[in-house]
Design a protein around this ligand. Structure first.
Ligand code: 4AD
Ligand code: MG
Length: 431
């Protein structure tokens, strides 16, 4: 019973054509002898008019009994009707119940956020969630296409790791047959190994952060789009990020207008057109101090700081040259001012903030060893990572983009969890 005809196809059927459709009852309204069913499938929603006398009696009675989200098959005539939600309805001639819902469907208007989150496995059937997930897929399609066109190879890295990439404070510990290992925070180190084999690599896979921060932009499990590029220096990296980011935004606006319209979101791709403004960390600090923030040199920017800073910008913008104490040990100190590094975060405008973190890596063995020691880390834990600097080491750079962060900004979502099918936050690992 594989489907070969969907709701989206109905719109292309001429007036009076007969169609057969499988779907779910999203809503039902009865007016005596006339029942309207909003029939939903993976491609959209269409109104089905079920009128007594126009189909076998037992079918009409079955329609009367239907509960929301029951699975049905309808056959009917396509009719243009300006009163129907998308100007078309199906006048039902036959209706078969594939499976009647066992209960009243619990997701309705006016229910509390917690209830919706507890019932996410059902709530994801809503057209709004479907639209977000389709846009998410379009975003990653566009990224993959861009990477392919620019000589990048997709790789897949492990999720169990033995040493921190982004600091020990946010590591999730796992009992690995009696041994302590961790869930990965970033595939960066494996990508750095892989560039010596493939030169330009990317990966799209989950990263984990044991971050208790209950903000609108933190997840404990997120999808991380990362890339690493042999021979790239900071300047090259920023250009790559700009082009990729633009291609992703453009990809969504080109392939998902229906979904954007459904969400009532307007995305003007010009907003993401390179070049992006660049400020140094020291300038960001000045701007923030001017706004009354008390931040010491060397501190990382928090959610509040980023929100305020990003309100001054119309486009995504880079904050470059962060102090070494603000970021992880692998960032390359700038030879012209070693108190800062050759790195950059990409912040999105309008109160959103960081979506990408990246920079040039230390490729000199002794310098890396020194930074590892300086941070109080054990060089033994980074033995293989150091080894990469012993055999044909070269300059290289890379970055990581939070997929949900990007969607959060692009779609102006209330909360980052709305960008996930099944979000993981400190308070939630169910369903
Ligand atoms: O800035 P971060 O920590 O950088 C890294 O992990 C680098 N190793 C990446 C690299 O250079 N290959 O994380 C990168 C991005 C952030 O800019 C943010 O978009 C996202 O990952 N991110 C999170 N997204 C959701 N919830 C969290 N808790 C996140 N932590 C980071
Ligand atoms: Mg960061």
């Amino acid at each position: 019973m594989l489907k070969d005809f969907s709701v989206k196809d109905v719109l292309r059927v001429p007036e009076g054509g007969e169609v057969e459709l499988l779907g779910w009852v999203r809503n039902k309204r009865a007016h005596g002898g006339l029942i309207f069913i909003d029939l939903r499938d993976g491609t959209g929603v269409i109104q089905v008019a079920v009128k007594r006398g126009q189909l076998p009696d037992e079918c009409f009675r079955a329609a009367e009994e239907l509960r929301r989200e029951s699975a049905i098959k309808v056959r009917g005539i396509v009719t243009r009707d300006p009163r129907a939600p998308n100007g078309v309805e199906i006048r039902c001639r036959d209706l078969k119940v594939i499976s009647q819902s066992m209960d009243d469907y619990p997701i309705k208007r006016g229910i509390k956020v917690k209830f919706i989150l507890d019932n996410r496995h059902l709530h994801i059937r809503s057209p709004r969630v479907s639209a977000i997930m389709k846009i998410r897929a379009a975003l990653l399609d566009a990224a993959r296409k861009w990477f392919q066109e620019h000589g990048f190879i997709e790789i897949h890295c492990p999720s169990f790791i033995t040493a921190a990439v982004e600091g020990g404070a946010t590591l999730f510990k796992v009992d690995y047959f009696g041994r302590d290992v961790y869930l990965t925070q970033s595939s960066q180190f494996y990508q750095e190994a892989a560039i010596y084999s493939l030169e330009r690599v990317y990966s799209i896979q989950p990263s984990f952060r044991a971050e208790l921060s209950r903000t609108r932009r933190h997840l404990t499990e997120f999808w991380h789009l990362e890339a690493e590029i042999a021979y790239a220096e900071l300047e090259d990296l920023l250009k790559i990020i700009e082009e990729l980011f633009y291609a992703m935004v453009l990809g969504v606006t080109e392939s998902a207008h229906g979904e954007l319209e459904l969400l009532k979101v307007k995305v003007n791709p010009d907003v993401a057109k390179p070049p992006y403004p660049r400020i140094r960390y020291s300038e960001a600090l000045e701007i923030l101090r001017g706004k009354g923030f008390k931040i010491e040199w060397g501190e990382d920017l928090g959610a509040d700081e980023e929100r305020e800073l990003s309100k001054d910008f119309e486009k995504p913008f880079f904050v470059t040259h962060w102090p070494r104490e603000a970021k992880a040990f692998y960032h390359m100190p700038d030879p012209s001012d070693p108190s800062v590094c050759r790195n950059a975060d990409l912040l999105t405008p309008g109160g959103f903030g960081e979506v990408i973190g990246g920079g040039q890596r230390i490729h000199d063995y002794n310098q890396l060893l020194e930074r590892i020691r300086e941070e109080g880390l054990n060089p033994e834990d980074y033995k293989w990572y150091l080894d990469l600097r012993r055999f044909g080491t070269i300059p290289h750079s890379g970055f990581g983009l939070g997929v949900e962060r990007m969607l959060w900004w692009l779609l102006k979502l209330e909360h980052i969890r709305d960008a996930c099918l099944f979000p993981r936050t400190p308070a939630r690992v169910y369903p």
